[in-house]
Structures are given as C-alpha cells and as structure tokens.
Design a protein around this ligand. Structure first.
Ligand SMILES: *Cc1c(COP(=O)(O)O)cnc(C)c1O
Length: 379
C-alpha cells in the first residue's frame, strides 16, 4: 500500500479504451496525436505518455519545450509537437532534440533558420494558420510573404500546417467552424502551390474528431476525449442523438483520507469567516485537501465528496490545505477512511462536469488544476 495522503489514480484501461475508441473514428489517412499539455490534463504527463505509447499513438503534443524535453527523454524517436509559444533562446533545445515547433511569423522562422544552420541541422516547424480564433497564427494577408521567406530557408523544414477552431464544441451551429475549415483549406492549398509538401496537416481537436470526420486531414489532436471527458454537453448530446459509436470512460479518480471526525452541536460555525453553521447536531470530517491542491474555493458550502459510498457536502469555506464535510449520515465513519473527491463509488459519481457546473467553469479546468505535485498512480 502506498503512503500518500492525497493522490490521483489514473486508469490505464480507461485511457487505452478511449484511444482505441477515438482511433476507430479516424479517416484513413489520419494519424493520432495525444495532447498531453497541462500535465496531461492533470492526469500526469509521464504516466499518460507511457500508456499512450503502449497504446501505439503516432505523436504527442504539448504546450511547452520543457514538457517536450521530458517526453523526449522517454521517447527518443517519437514525433513530439510543441503547440504553444517557444522563446527564441529555446529553439536550440528543440532543434537538437528534433522537437517540432509551432511557428507563425517571420521572426520565428528566421530564428529557426539561423539556429538550425549553426547546429548544421534542420528545424521541424508547423505553420499555424489564423482562421478565426484570433490566437496564434499567420493571417491570410501575410501568408504568401511568409511562405516566400521560407523558400529561402534550407534549414527549416515545413513539417506541418495547422489551425485551431474557436467554437467547434458548439455542435448546434457548425457555421463558424465550417468557415474556419474552408479558410484553412485555402491556406493549405496556397502552401502546396508554392511547392511545399507538409506531411502533417491538422486542425481537429476532440469535438472535431468525434463529430466532423472531414476535418481529420493527416493528423488529429485528441485532448479532453482521450481522458474520457466530453468537450461540451452539446457534443455529448449530438453523439447520443446521432447514435455515434463513441463511449468515453473517465480515467481519473482523485482521492484523499479523513484527518479527523468530530461531533458538533447545532448552530456551531464551521471554518473561516463563520459562513456556515451546523443546522442540527451531527458530525463533520476534516479532509486534508484545499484550494492549493486544486479543490477550488468556489466549492465552499456546495462541493461534495464520497465517503463509504455516501455523498457528503462541503460545509463552510474551503481552506488552503483543508476543508470540512458533513458526515452526519455516514455510518461508522473512521479517521483515515478513503475520500473520493472526483470519481465513482458504488452508485454515486462525482464527475468533473458536476464540479465544473458548481463553480461556473468547464471540466478542462477542473482536471488541469489538480496540483501537479499530487502523486499520480497508474492502476
Ligand atoms: C488543447 C488543444 C487541443 C486539444 O483540444 P481538446 O478539445 O482537449 O481535444 C488541440 N489543439 C490545440 C492547438 C490545443 O491547444
């Protein structure tokens, strides 16, 4: 038995199932890239990478060069793509380790050319196209000039062309996503007309993978769905309504143990600020988890946990490293009993979606904010 006070369990079986399920949806030429940014959506970067590697994914995508280098240490020859911003002084690390960079401007590609030339290597780059998200990307008007610059750069290889959708999760109205996709196709055509032959053309995130096979191109980037969560409730509904074969299984369970149990009389205030009192005589349990761990302070008085198969409500404010829950209805509760913060026990489920709804956010934020110093155990 491990000795962790709080930990995250990651199910290899669920992750593998999700990868296989998503792969069955892919168009013929599409390769599968596992998006492992933000500590693999809170599931543990190295832990998930190893599982995804065993499941035979074709590529990994991360946000930063640091994440990419830690994957490179595990996978000496896999395709690794940095999706986010890379500082100029880190291009050398990327080029030396054959890590693909996402670039979109003249300064970036010039830096890539000059560093690669000095190293007598090639920089592998993906050109990100701005199609309407107004995030990273080269605007249509600047694309031709950028491509012409690239033609003069023998040490830069255009390995990929990509874009990212702004609202593809809103499957009730795919109009804007369709517009973005047609802009992307025009850009890819322009790239090819200038004599480039990018091997990796990619734009599909989870919602697009599941609902819009036309967008798969030659690589898809699966994030949230890989972890068994839905991009949005609408996507989940659309899958149900259209009877698509896509059952996702949440892979993460977040657990801790009871630190103290005590009986409290009616009217006793609980926690900082005296925001809540016991409504009748009962018992509370102190739980060694707080907002530092990623148990959001917004869950004060509204969050729930599972103990011995019972739902227990958070009472009072969530502290930095602790919180209190009402365990009046839990039979025979003991100190050091296991507590489920996220996950399933018997007929009860506390999902990332439930938790997200309570604090006005999305499941992505719930799982990515589970503090990375909490151990991740593969089960
Ligand atoms: C995070 C991210 C993804 C994955 O999106 P999901 O909705 O989690 O599948 C794909 N592409 C880019 C550029 C991203 O930043």
């Amino acid at each position: 038995m491990h000795r962790h006070r709080t930990w995250v369990e990651v199910s290899e079986r669920a992750l593998t199932h999700n990868i296989e399920t998503l792969r069955l949806l892919l168009e013929k030429n599409a390769r599968f890239c596992a998006v492992l940014k933000s500590n693999a959506y809170g599931h543990g970067l190295k832990e998930v990478a190893q599982i995804a590697g065993r499941a035979g994914v074709d590529a990994f995508a991360v946000d930063s060069i640091d994440e990419a280098l830690s994957l490179r240490a595990l996978f000496p020859s896999s395709l690794i793509i940095v999706l986010g911003y890379t500082l100029f002084e880190r291009y050398e690390d990327a080029i030396k380790s054959n890590i693909h960079l996402t670039l979109y401007d003249k300064e970036g590609i010039e830096q890539a050319e000059s560093v690669a030339k000095q190293l007598a290597k090639q920089a592998q780059i993906h050109l990100k196209i701005e199609t309407g998200t107004s995030r990273q990307g080269v605007l249509k008007d600047d694309l031709l000039d950028l491509l012409k610059d690239l033609q003069r750069m023998p040490h830069v290889r255009l390995a990929g062309v990509s874009t990212h959708f702004a609202n593809i999760e809103d499957s009730s109205n795919p109009e804007y996503a369709t517009l973005q996709f047609s802009r992307f196709q025009e850009a890819v055509d322009a790239v090819r007309e200038l004599g480039f032959d990018p091997e990796l053309v990619h734009c599909a995130c989870s919602a697009a993978i599941i609902l819009y096979p036309d967008t798969h191109a030659t690589l898809v980037r699966a994030g949230i769905s890989l972890y068994g969560l839905w991009s949005s409730e609408l996507v989940q509904q659309t899958v149900r309504n259209q009877h698509l074969k896509c059952d996702l299984r949440p892979a993460l369970t977040w657990k801790t143990r009871v630190a103290q149990v005590k009986s409290i009389s009616m009217g006793t205030p609980v926690g900082y600020g005296l925001t809540e009192v016991m409504k009748r005589r009962g018992r509370i349990a102190v739980i060694p988890v707080g907002y530092f761990d990623g148990f959001d302070r917004g869950l004060s008085s509204v969050g729930e946990v599972l103990i011995r198969g019972c739902r227990c409500k958070v009472i009072g404010r969530i502290c930095m490293n602790m919180c209190m829950v009402d365990v009046s209805s839990v039979p025979d509760i003991q100190k050091e009993d296991e507590v489920i913060l996220l996950g399933t026990e018997g007929r009860h489920v506390i999902s990332a979606d439930d938790m997200a709804k309570k604090i006005g956010t999305i499941n992505y934020e719930i799982v990515t904010r589970i503090n990375p110093i909490i151990p991740r155990l593969v089960i």
